[in-house]
Write a protein that binds this ligand. Structure first.
Ligand code: ADP
Ligand code: ADP
Ligand code: MG
Length: 448
């Protein structure tokens, strides 16, 4: 078993990983930036080491400083969490070369699947239905226009290196496509330093349903069911749940089987998520694969009882999966809301600042994953997510009631949060009656 894990992250996910390690008797090393000297992850780890100034490029993305910290503290492994270096193939490669276990798949698979266009081709070859679109990257605007004409509008332009909902645009007409072609290229260059883009059919009124998989390094692979992440703002997830209320058992089984087969075929290991779009006819199409733990992993943990972080560590230690597919039973329903430091009244502008008073909800079937505390100052430098409130109910209605009650109980004094916005979603008739898709927030005019 791994003995000492360096956590190359911050915030609630760093705390989540420290807790899992502690339960397993594994020592932990936190890294922190100058802005995070008083952060919870810095305080909770067995050892903490400052790796640079506040900007991510100088700290949480600073490969050299992080690896020096690992050597200095004698860490035998690195857990990258999500965001930051978690999908950086080069970082994983250097870890491999240095004999530090990167808790995730091999760098070659990160590289392959991180290139969304290549990932689609690979999945298609592995027998997975993919969103129809360009074969590989677009080489010119002319090609994009011809292809869109052939496939029929609307179409979507996507950055191949994209993530976090950025570098994605829909075009309903050739005029729009002409303009957006240049825009997406520019955006991709600025955000990901890679201007390769591809085109796919815009699936209308879809649901986002993803499959969580776990694969060990001995060739065993299982799935932990699905998560429905259709409640999104600007292609970014806001609220997630499992089971998905639009899947019937037949589709659910098929999706899980397709995901496991593909993962086995490409030799993927550790935790991963295959994201699909599901259309009105219940046909599903591969969109991308995330080669890391996801923000919304707790809903899966609630209904399966599997601790995904512990499984990641066990897999990285070379252990066999502790579950077979038959062991995985889905119990009840779980829902998660992302509480962010942002002001919905001002176009969701981030609202960092000092938390002067705090009350976190609790009770039967309520879990809060967070790294905030009373007196903590949320720095302006990083992601605005403050907490995830996760509930476990006997069915969807009970989850909604529990989440509503929990979010209403939350008090975060001193800064703005999106809690009221979340409550509006949870009280919406269409949401409650399962009559929605990924454009719900826009259509219901809950936000632009
Ligand atoms: P999830 O499916 O886990 O919600 P997201 O795409 O929302 O995945 O990303 C998870 C976290 O990683 C978020 O905090 C998001 O801001 C960040 N993230 C994802 N991709 C990128 C990227 N390419 N650049 C910067 N941050 C990213
Ligand atoms: P990211 O890497 O930023 O997570 P994804 O490719 O997963 O990007 O897409 C993010 C979201 O954008 C999806 O969850 C979905 O709501 C929307 N989306 C992406 N591709 C399509 C498509 N072809 N048709 C309709 N919606 C799409
Ligand atoms: Mg995605």
């Amino acid at each position: 078993m791994l003995k000492k894990v360096l956590i190359a992250n911050r915030g609630e996910i760093a705390v989540r990983i420290i807790r899992a390690c502690r339960e397993m008797g594994i020592r932990t090393v936190a890294i922190y930036s100058e802005a995070d000297k008083d952060a919870l992850h810095t305080k909770l780890a067995d050892e903490s080491i400052c790796i640079g100034p506040a900007p991510s490029s100088k700290s949480y993305l600073n490969v050299k400083a992080i690896l020096e910290a690992a050597c200095l503290t004698g860490a035998d492994s690195i857990h990258p969490g999500f965001g930051f270096l978690s999908e950086n193939a080069n970082f994983a490669k250097i870890c491999e070369e240095m004999g530090i276990k990167f808790i995730g798949p091999n760098h070659k698979l990160i590289e392959l699947l991180g290139n969304k266009s290549k990932a689609k081709e690979t999945m298609k070859k592995a027998g997975v239905p993919v969103v129809p679109g360009s074969e590989g990257l677009l080489s010119s605007k002319k090609q994009a226009l011809e292809l869109a004409e052939e496939m029929k509008y609307p179409v979507m332009l996507k950055a191949s290196a994209g993530g976090g909902g950025r570098g994605i645009r829909v075009a309903y007409t050739p005029e729009e496509l002409e303009k957006e072609y240049d825009l997406v290229r520019q955006e991709a260059k600025i955000s990901f330093n890679d201007d390769s883009i591809y085109l796919e059919k815009f699936i209308e009124n879809p649901r986002h349903v993803e499959i969580q998989i776990l694969a060990d390094e001995k060739g065993n692979c299982i799935h932990l069911g699905e998560r429905d992440c259709s409640i999104q703002r600007r292609n970014q997830k806001v609220l997630e749940e499992t089971p998905s209320s639009i899947l019937d058992d037949k589709t659910r089984t098929k999706m899980g089987e397709v995901a496991v087969k593909a993962v086995k075929q490409i030799g993927y290991t550790n935790a991963g998520t295959i994201e699909f779009l599901v259309d009105k006819n219940k046909d599903f199409y591969f969109m991308e694969m995330n080669t890391r733990v996801q923000v919304e992993h707790p809903v899966t943990e609630m209904v399966t009882g599997v601790d995904i972080i512990k499984e990641q560590i066990k897999i990285a230690s070379g252990e066999k999966l502790s579950y077979t597919q038959k062991d995985i039973k889905i119990k009840g329903h779980s829902m998660e809301a992302r509480i962010n430091a942002e002001n919905p009244e001002m176009n969701f502008m981030p609202c960092p600042g000092t938390i002067t008073g705090l009350h976190l909800p609790g009770g039967n079937g309520v879990r809060v994953d967070t790294a905030i505390y009373s007196g903590y100052t949320v720095p302006p430098t990083y992601d605005s997510m403050l907490a995830k409130i996760i509930v476990h109910g006997k069915d969807r209605n009970e989850s909604i009631a529990k989440l509503k009650s929990a979010v209403a109980e939350l008090v975060v004094d001193g800064i703005q949060t999106n809690a009221d916005f979340i409550l509006k979603i949870l009280s919406n008739e269409k949401f409650i009656s399962n009559d929605y898709d990924t454009s719900f927030i826009q259509k219901e005019k809950l936000a632009k």
